[in-house]
Design a protein around this ligand. Structure first.
Ligand code: GUN
Length: 284
């Protein structure tokens, strides 16, 4: 048996079309959504991500504002820029591309973003809302993962979901979302003993570890839905955290890298931007 390959590019293109029509409805009500993206330094991968975010905005009718700053930018200058964007009514969403240079305190920067404009969902206020189950702005990659499962017809309720990786960007928030969808969750990480004992119980397996082709066939249950969130840059090109060629032989559904979760992240960022714009129009 060979797994169905989930086409994240296709799904994200459908979602972007839906977003474009939502944006044109908002425009009729006098609401023009705007997203500010801040990029500090010259990390090549970050530049690619930011370019794709701009393209997504253009395609859906969202205004985008890009702020590129040199690696040597001082923390206080970045905080001042965020303060300015917090006050700018044209800007509904603020995204500071991570990672930041070492001399800048990431936590302090994320804390400075107005939670209502925090389209990454990384501010502790939004993290807390996710935990208690009334989140409005949910981190983009986790949200994209759930959307991909749902749109691929995967039943989540009552299933065993095993998440490998406990990052604030993916592992922890995707676990909360799966729990909200009534999955039984297990969060595994680098100190987990007998990892494959856990992963083999997964009906839904989420790989978010950051190690190329780490999840092998022997770690996956027959018929599992496998979502690969890894983005590893090798000399031979991009690869995920799942050994795709091997695991597709046992899984029922699998996402490729590239072309799986990646394009969904951008679509969810655009979605969060229009959610933020709609909320702000109500309260301001
Ligand atoms: N760098 C890698 N992933 C992300 C993300 O989801 N948001 C931001 N801001 N930076 C990232």
């Amino acid at each position: 048996m060979s797994a169905t390959i989930i086409d994240g590019k296709q799904t994200s293109s459908e979602i972007r079309k839906e977003i474009a029509s939502e944006v044109s409805e908002l425009k009729k009500q006098g609401i023009q959504p705007g997203l500010a993206v801040v990029l500090v330094g010259d990390d090549p991968a970050s530049h690619v991500y930011v370019k794709n975010k701009e393209k997504g905005c253009e395609e859906t009718g969202i205004d985008s504002y890009k702020y590129e700053r040199p690696t040597k930018m001082k923390e206080e200058e970045l905080l001042a820029l965020i303060d300015e964007l917090n006050k700018d009514s044209k800007v509904n969403g603020i995204l500071v591309q991570l990672p930041l240079p070492d001399h800048i305190d990431e936590h302090k920067v994320l804390m400075a973003i107005d939670p209502e404009k925090d389209v990454d969902g990384f501010h502790p206020i939004n993290v807390g809302k996710l935990m208690v189950g009334n989140a409005v702005l949910v981190p983009c990659t986790p949200r994209g993962t759930i959307e991909l499962l749902k749109r691929s017809g995967v039943e989540i309720s009552g299933k065993n979901a095993v998440i490998v990786g406990r990052s604030n960007i993916v592992g922890k928030p995707v676990s909360m979302l799966l729990l909200q969808e009534n999955a039984t969750i297990e969060i595994c990480h680098s100190r987990t003993k007998d990892l494959s004992e856990h992963t083999k119980r997964a009906d839904i397996l989420i790989a978010a570890i950051g190690k190329p082709r780490f999840i092998t066939k022997d770690m996956v249950k027959d018929g599992a839905a496998v979502i690969d969130v890894g983005v590893n840059r090798l000399e031979t090109g991009l690869c995920g955290d799942v050994d795709f060629d091997e695991v597709k032989e046992v899984a029922s559904l699998i996402t490729p890298v590239p072309g799986g979760v990646g394009p969904m992240t951008i679509a969810m960022l655009l979605k969060n931007t229009i959610i933020a714009a709609t909320q702000q129009a109500k309260t301001n």
